[in-house]
Structures are given as structure tokens and as C-alpha cells.
Design a protein around this ligand. Structure first.
Ligand code: PMP
Length: 404
């Protein structure tokens, strides 16, 4: 019975919650940057699971590590140590130059953990009155879908109707360091920011933004928390998007690609004087730090260190930004990119983001719109140069069709 796209979608719509409106493509297999649907059609995956599939589908190194671990032990809980845990946390801490790692599962959990960490640090270390710490965040942010995280979203779809919300957040415009400085007071424990805003449409802030936030946070004794869930682990051609400006935040949040696209793995990474405020019994997760997750995480760290991924993202990123520049004008209002990650703002009178994605899917390219008429490109870092060129050709062709 499950052989056609129509059958799958019919049953899915009947029996799953409608919290997504997926494109009508039922994926059955993946290989590198390509996926195949249930009817045998091939598509170039230019979304890569919102950057969770940075290393490509069925990456041989990740599969080998997963198979190896599957045959040994997969779950212990944190009631015990497991033999993948120390290799993972030590490798990740070393990779980003911090002392300690707190492993969780999803990106939103890492953000929640970062918020709890900052509040407790504010109380115990900075001396902010108990339970009164505030956190400054950026407008247009996307940090996840939990109740606390949507409390400081500006996207009405994300927060609308889900209140009451968690207090203690101050939203200031993204890329505006003066506004951050003005929002900080004696209750402020942290500034939480995406080094590049992903869901907002791949917004790359001016180069002095993060350095200025670093200065302000140092001066005010406030933690700088970088949400690198989408921007980190190769997407921009570096392990951390923060590296582009030389800024070292106090706390990193990683997720998505940390699990190698095999299972959810996230982490909060900071020095011991910060993470040390969380003691036994105060935070955790049954699955965080499990053997399979750690086996994936340590493999991802090794791949970033030894593999061609960062270099590939930088090389293809140069090609991508050059091609994007040629699109502007022909139905494209603006483009932005950093590494192998781009936002393309299409003239809203031409088509909605959704329609663009449908037309691209029909041509064999999978992308997802972000807000309004922006399409985001975040293909696996293993995508071939010709394939990337081809994807951009398809975008140009769709725009030409729309203008015809
Ligand atoms: N932070 C950022 C910057 C993200 O882009 C996302 C996901 N798009 C998240 C957090 C949430 O991650 P998850 O979906 O794994 O909860």
C-alpha cells in the first residue's frame, strides 16, 4: 500500500499533527547531497535537514561509527559513565577551546540549558537577586520551540497563543550593539545571540557587531552566549561562525550537525567557572550523553578536524557568493551568504517562498523558504561543484519562468 507519494501523504495528513506543511516529496533514500523519493525521483538536497546533514546522507565515516556503536551499547543513561562519553566531551571541549561540555539532545534543549546556566551563574557568581536574572536577546531570532524559548520570539506564528510566557528576556534589534548596551542593567546575566541568524534568512551581521558585544559583555560582566546550533560545525567554513570575527563567547550552543544527521545531539560548551554552577541533580536528560550520541559526536569532531569539510564549505562558498551576485536584479531583491549558506530574497510580487520551493522541487532541487519570500540554501558540505552550479541554474530558471 505504501508505494505512491499520494498514499503516503494521504495517511500522513490523516494521522499526523499538522504542525508542518511539508512539500509533497516523500523521501525514501539519501546518498551524499542527493535523496530519492518513494517513486524513484531524485532530488538535490539543498536544505540538509536545516544544517543537521552537513556531512551528507549516508556519510561512510558516520555510518561506520554508528554501526560499530550499535553493535556494542546504545543507551546507559547518565546514571553511569559510558566509554564514549569521555572521548566525546574531551574532543569537543578541545575543538572549541573550552573546559567543559554539557551534552543534551536537541538545539532547543541546548538553548534552554544555556538560559538556565546563565540565570544560575547570574545568581551565584554575579550576585543578581535569586530568580531575577534577565537575558538580552536579538529581534528576529530563532532559538527553538519550547515555551521559554518562544517567550522571546518575535515571530507571531511561533509564539502566538502559546502563553503565558517566561519572563526575563529583553529583545533588541539584531546587529545593533548600542541597543544591547542600553538594555543591560544590574539584573542582566547574559546576551544570547546567533552569530549569523539562520531562520531569519541567513542574516550576516556587520563585522564589528560580535566584537562590540564581546566588549560590552566584558565591561558589564555579562555572559556572551553564541547559539551556533545552525551556524556552527562547518556551515560557514569554520567550526564556529564566531571565528570569522575572532570573538570568543563565554558559552557555545551546538546541535544539529553534532549528531551527524543520525540522531539528535546538542551541547553547551563553556569554561568550568561557568558550567560549574550546575551541580548533580540540577539539570539533565535521559538521552543526553548516551553512548551512540557520544560516538556520533566524537566522530563529527574528528571529521571536522581531519576531513575536507571546512575547506569544501569555504571553496564552494566562494563559488556560491559569486553566483548569487549574478542573480540579483532578475526577480531577486537581495542575497546574503557566508560559507555554504545563503539567503535569497525573491521579489514578493513574483512568488511566495512556498511557491518557489514547489517549483524548485518540481525541477529536482529541495529547498525551504524562511520568512516571507526568502529561500535558504544550506546544502550538505559534500555537494559537488557541478551539482551546486546546477541547483543555482534551476533557481535562475524558476525565476525566469516566473518573470515570463
Ligand atoms: N537554535 C538555532 C540557531 C536554530 O537554527 C535552531 C533550529 N532551526 C534551534 C536552535 C533549535 O534546534 P532544534 O530544532 O534541534 O530544537
Amino acid at each position: 500500500p505504501f508505494t505512491t507519494t499520494t498514499q503516503h501523504i494521504g495517511l500522513a495528513e490523516q494521522h499526523s499533527a499538522h504542525n508542518y506543511a511539508p512539500l509533497p516529496v516523500v523521501i525514501a533514500e539519501g546518498d551524499g547531497a542527493w535523496v530519492t523519493d518513494v517513486e524513484g525521483r531524485r532530488y538535490l538536497d539543498c536544505l540538509a535537514g536545516y544544517s543537521a546533514m552537513n556531512f551528507g546522507h549516508r556519510n561512510p565515516d558516520l555510518l561506520a561509527a554508528a554501526h560499530h556503536q550499535l553493535d556494542r551499547v546504545t543507551l546507559t543513561s547518565r546514571a553511569f559513565y559510558n566509554d564514549q562519553f569521555a572521548p566525546f566531551v574531551s574532543a569537543l571541549a578541545e575543538l572549541v577551546g573550552k573546559d567543559q561540555v554539557l551534552p543534551m539532545n536537541t538545539g532547543a534543549e541546548a538553548v534552554e540549558t544555556g538560559i538556565k546556566l546563565a540565570r544560575k551563574w547570574g545568581y551565584e557568581v554575579k550576585g543578581i537577586p535569586r530568580d531575577e536574572a534577565t537575558i538580552v536577546v536579538a529581534g528576529g531570532n530563532f532559538h527553538g520551540r519550547t515555551t521559554t524559548v518562544i517567550s522571546f520570539s518575535e515571530d507571531p506564528e511561533a509564539y502566538g497563543g502559546f502563553g503565558p510566557y517566561t519572563p526575563g528576556f529583553r529583545i533588541v534589534p539584531y546587529a545593533d550593539a548600542d541597543a544591547v548596551a542600553a538594555a543591560i542593567d544590574a539584573t542582566t546575566a547574559a546576551v544570547l545571540v546567533e552569530p549569523v541568524q539562520g531562520e531569519a534568512g541567513v542574516i550576516v551581521p556587520p563585522p564589528d557587531y560580535l566584537p562590540r558585544l564581546r566588549e560590552i559583555c566584558d565591561r558589564e560582566r555579562v555572559l556572551l552566549i553564541a547559539d551556533e546550533v545552525q551556524s556552527g560545525l562547518g556551515r560557514t567554513g569554520t567550526v564556529r561562525a564566531c571565528e570569522h570575527t575572532g570573538v570568543v563567547p563565554d558559552v557555545y550552543l551546538f546541535g544539529k550537525a553534532l549528531g551527524g544527521g543520525i540522531l539528535p545531539v546538542s551541547a553547551v560548551v563553556a569554561d568550568a567557572d561557568v558550567l560549574g554552577v550546575i551541580r548533580p541533580g540540577q539539570h539533565g536528560s535521559t538521552f543526553g550523553g548516551n553512548p551512540l550520541a557520544c560516538a556520533m559526536g566524537r566522530t563529527v569532531v574528528r571529521m571536522l578536524r581531519e576531513g575536507p569539510y571546512l575547506e569544501q564549505a569555504r571553496r564552494l562558498g566562494t563559488l556560491l557568493s559569486a553566483r548569487l551576485a549574478t542573480l540579483v536584479g532578475d526577480g531577486v531583491v537581495a542575497t546574503r551568504s557566508i560559507g555554504l549558506w545563503a539567503g535569497i530574497d525573491v521579489d514578493e510580487s513574483l512568488a511566495s517562498g512556498r511557491e518557489l520551493c514547489e517549483r524548485l522541487a518540481a525541477r529536482g532541487v529541495l529547498v525551504k523558504e524562511t520568512r516571507r519570500s526568502t529561500i535558504r540554501l544550506s546544502p550538505p558540505l559534500v555537494i559537488g561543484e557541478d551539482d551546486l552550479e546546477w541547483a543555482l541554474d534551476q533557481i535562475a530558471a524558476v525565476l525566469a519562468d516566473l518573470r515570463a
